[in-house]
Design a protein. Structure first.
Length: 367
């Protein structure tokens, strides 16, 4: 088939590599029990209030969803003390990242991201003909001096994933303030805070991104219901930004991109503070368990403020990933980001964490 049929940018892109489906792992290895610790999902399950709301809505799925998600947008605006015109909702955080690229990027425009980080930033911008400058960490710190050195008249967007995926580390308030004060006002800063509710338990995590947006209109705060609230399967993310940016983004977002189940589930989850606090607390315990294990093993790791850990196991990650799968534990190998001896593991229940460490010990002992 002739390449001329396709967008020229596709020749420069590689697809996002998703994890192997659990059912396929089960079939491939004849396993009964599989623990999927690869996708940063909430292992404690969905918000109970969200489950109930979704159950009650199922009988209405013969109808299209409300295109504007009016009630959900209103709830989000009240919850965060902003106007409904400051809110954009979409088909998960990833869907909104694509909407951001369609809203802002012309051919030849540039963005700045850290490295490693969430690949969809680069893929979405690349499809629109833009270019990403990837700035490696300095140790476990964001290299904001490196970001500043790459700002030019083609720079449209700066993504700050905080906590960062796949590493789990954060930029502190002091670091962000010093950096943002030097960024030109016409460059849009995107604070991707998918893991905000896990990180807010820590004093050193910055919690004023919405206030920043109110002072600096060219700021986007991106969050999701997939993580702390546990409804990743129905797909719902949201943006808090200036009314001007929101109005432009609403021109490109899918008209019916947020389904009925997602809308009612998110509204219920937003008001389930008890569950949010429970999930965040249990996740912190799991993080402490893993980091204690890493210390005992002498592994280098990034301190995590999210629901996953990033650890250097000292041997190539791909064969470890494959051997763990055979034992019923699915993780994310670091070679996908070019960090060959690192792995990312989703935090979860005490039983899951004990199983993971036990199976990892078995795999490494056989090396």
């Amino acid at each position: 088939m002739s390449r001329e049929l396709f967008r020229k940018q596709l020749a420069q892109l590689r697809p996002y590599v998703a994890g192997k489906p659990v059912e396929q792992v089960r079939r491939d290895y004849g396993l009964e029990r599989i623990e999927k610790l690869a996708s940063n999902e909430n292992q404690f399950g969905p918000s109970p209030k969200a489950i109930e709301a979704i159950k009650n809505e199922v009988e209405h799925i013969n109808f299209y969803p409300e295109a504007s998600a009016y009630d959900l947008v209103d709830d989000l605006a009240e919850h965060f003390d902003v106007k409904p015109g400051n809110i954009v909702v979409g088909n998960g955080g990833e869907g909104l990242i694509w909407d951001i690229a369609m809203t802002f990027i012309n051919e030849g425009d540039e963005i700045i991201v850290t490295d490693p980080t969430f690949d969809i930033y680069n893929i979405s911008v690349g499809l629109m003909g833009g270019k990403a400058h990837k700035i490696p960490f300095k140790g476990q710190k964001f290299d904001f001096d490196g970001f500043l050195a790459h700002i030019n008249d083609r720079t449209k967007l700066i993504y700050i994933c905080n906590p960062n995926n796949p590493t789990g580390n954060i930029a502190t308030q002091e670091e962000l303030d010093a950096f943002i004060s030097k960024v030109p006002d016409d460059v849009v800063i995107i604070m991707d805070e998918a893991y905000y509710e896990f990180a807010e338990l820590y004093d050193e995590y910055p919690k004023n991104s919405i206030d920043l947006m109110k002072k600096r209109p060219n700021t986007i705060v991106l969050r999701t219901f997939s993580k702390i609230y546990g409804i990743a399967g129905v797909r719902l993310g949201y943006i808090i930004t200036s009314e001007e940016i929101a109005a432009e983004m609403n021109k490109v977002r899918q008209t019916l991109g947020v389904n009925r189940l997602a809308q009612v589930g998110a509204r219920a989850a937003l008001n389930d503070a008890e569950y949010k606090d429970f999930a965040a607390s249990e996740n912190k315990k799991a993080t402490e368990y893993l980091e204690s294990y890493f210390e005992k093993k002498g592994f280098d790791y990034f301190k995590s403020y999210s629901n996953f850990s990033w650890v250097n196991i000292g041997v190539p990650s791909q064969p470890v990933f494959e051997e763990l799968q055979k034992k019923g534990v699915v993780i994310r190998p670091g070679y996908l980001w070019g960090w060959d001896t690192w792995i990312r593991v989703n935090t979860g229940t005490e039983e899951q964490m004990k199983l993971f460490t036990e199976k990892l010990d078995e795999v490494l002992a056989a090396k």
